[in-house]
Design a protein around this ligand. Structure first.
Ligand code: 13P
Ligand code: SF4
Length: 354
C-alpha cells in the first residue's frame, strides 16, 4: 500500500487529470485526500462539467458514481474526446445506499401498472426520483417524462413536475417527498403512500397530488421526534437544523432543514457562541464540531453514522490510486448506455431546473 507521501506525488504527477470527489459523509481522513467536496447536487454538477479530468475517483456511494458516469460520459462528450470515456471509480463497491435499494425497477414497473388501473398514468403522473436511486430507476423516470431531484432542489423539481401533470410519483424517499410537498402547501390529504411490500396505495389515488414510495434512509430514520423534543429541552438556546431525509415529525420541530451543504452553510454563517443541534449523518456533524470549536454543536442522535459511506476508507482510496497510477484501475462503475441514455434524460431535466 502506498503512503500518504506517495499518494501526494501521484496526485501531483496527474494534476487535474485525476479528479477525486468526496461527499460530506465520508470519514475525515478520506475527505482530506479529495480535490473537491460537495452535496449530491454539487458533486453531480462537478462530474458533468469538468473538462480537464481523464478519470474520476468518487468517494461516496454507488448511485453517486453511476450519476457521475452517466453525466461525464454523455455520447457527445465522449465523441469530443475522440471516443475516450472517463472511468469513474469507487474506492469500495460495497458502498451502496440501502434507500436506493428500496426501489427496484421491477417494483416500480409493477407500481406503474397498478396505478394505471386507476389513473391515466402517462397523462397524469410524472415520476420523480431522488438522486439516491439506481440508474435503472432514473432511466424509468426518463422514459416516462420524469426527472431526478436532490435534497437541494426537490422543491423546484416538484414545482416543475406539477406544472406539467397533476400528480407525481415520488421515489424512493417518502420523507424528502412529504417534507417538500408540505412546504409547497400540498396537504397531507393530497398525499398517498405507496406500500411497495403490499404493492398497493394506502389511500385514495384520485385525490393524490403526490404518491410517495415508502422508502427511507436508515440513518435519518433513527432520529425521532422524542429525541428532537429532548434535545430542545436540554439545549433551549440551540437551533435544531436537520436533513430532509428525517421524518416530517422531526422536521416540524426544526428551525430549518436542508441538504448537507445547507446545514454546513448555516453553521458557517453563524456567529461564535451560537448553538446548534444537528440532525444528519455523524461524520459531518463531528467535522463541524472540529471546524467550529467556538460554536456549540450537538448531535441530534447518537451513533448515526452511514456504514456505506464509511466504506470509503483511506486504505481503499490509496489502494485504488496506486492501481490507477499503475494502469490497473478497478471498481469502475460504468452504466450500460441503454440504461444511461434514458437516465441522462431525467438527470438533464433536473440540471435544467436547478
Ligand atoms: P445531500 O448531500 O445531497 O444532502 O445528500 C445526503 C445523502 O444522504 C447522500 O446520500
Ligand atoms: Fe443512503 Fe442514508 Fe447513507 Fe445517504 S446517509 S448514503 S441516504 S443510507
Amino acid at each position: 500500500m502506498i503512503s500518504l507521501g506517495q499518494f501526494q506525488k501521484i496526485r501531483e504527477k496527474w494534476g487535474e487529470k485525476l479528479l477525486i470527489l468526496g461527499h460530506y459523509y465520508i470519514p475525515d481522513e478520506t475527505i482530506a485526500c479529495t480535490d473537491r467536496q460537495g452535496d449530491s447536487l454539487a458533486l453531480a454538477k462537478m462530474a458533468a462539467s469538468d473538462e480537464k479530468c481523464e478519470a474520476i475517483l468518487f468517494c461516496g456511494v454507488h448511485f453517486m458514481a453511476e450519476t457521475a458516469d452517466i453525466l461525464a460520459n454523455a455520447p457527445q462528450k465522449v465523441a469530443a474526446r475522440g471516443g475516450k470515456r472517463i472511468p469513474v471509480m469507487l474506492p469500495n463497491l460495497l458502498a451502496g445506499c440501502p434507500m436506493a435499494n428500496m426501489a427496484s425497477r421491477g417494483e416500480v414497473e409493477k407500481c406503474w401498472k397498478i396505478l394505471a388501473e386507476t389513473l391515466d398514468v402517462e397523462k397524469e403522473v410524472t415520476p420523480v426520483t431522488y438522486v439516491n436511486s439506481s440508474a435503472s430507476i432514473k432511466a424509468f423516470c426518463g422514459l416516462h417524462g420524469g426527472i431526478v431531484c436532490t435534497s437541494s432542489n426537490a422543491r423546484e423539481v416538484l414545482e416543475w413536475a406539477l406544472a406539467r401533470k397533476k400528480r407525481v410519483l415520488f421515489l424512493p424517499d417518502q420523507h424528502l417527498g412529504r417534507n417538500t410537498a408540505l412546504k409547497m402547501g400540498i396537504s397531507p390529504d393530497e398525499m398517498v403512500l405507496w406500500d411497495r411490500q403490499a404493492g398497493k396505495a394506502l389511500g385514495n389515488l384520485e385525490q393524490a397530488k403526490v404518491i410517495l414510495w415508502n422508502g427511507f434512509c436508515r440513518v435519518h430514520h433513527q432520529m425521532t421526534p422524542a429525541m428532537a423534543q429532548q434535545m430542545k429541552t436540554q439545549y433551549p438556546d440551540a437551533k435544531l437544523i436537520v436533513h430532509p431525509e428525517c421524518s416530517q415529525a422531526v422536521v416540524a420541530q426544526s428551525a430549518a432543514d436542508g441538504s448537507t451543504s445547507f446545514l454546513i452553510n448555516v453553521v458557517q454563517n453563524s456567529q461564535p457562541g451560537e448553538a446548534f443541534v444537528i440532525g444528519t449523518e455523524s461524520h459531518l456533524v463531528d467535522r463541524l464540531q472540529k471546524q467550529y470549536p467556538d460554536r456549540e454543536i450537538h448531535h441530534l442522535a447518537e451513533k448515526h453514522n452511514c456504514v456505506n459511506m464509511e466504506q470509503n476508507t483511506l486504505d481503499a482510496l490509496l489502494g485504488l490510486v496506486e492501481a490507477w497510477d499503475a494502469g490497473k484501475p478497478y471498481n469502475i462503475v460504468a452504466v450500460p448506455e441503454e440504461i444511461a441514455a434514458p437516465a441522462r434524460v431525467a438527470l438533464e431535466n433536473m440540471l435544467r431546473v436547478k
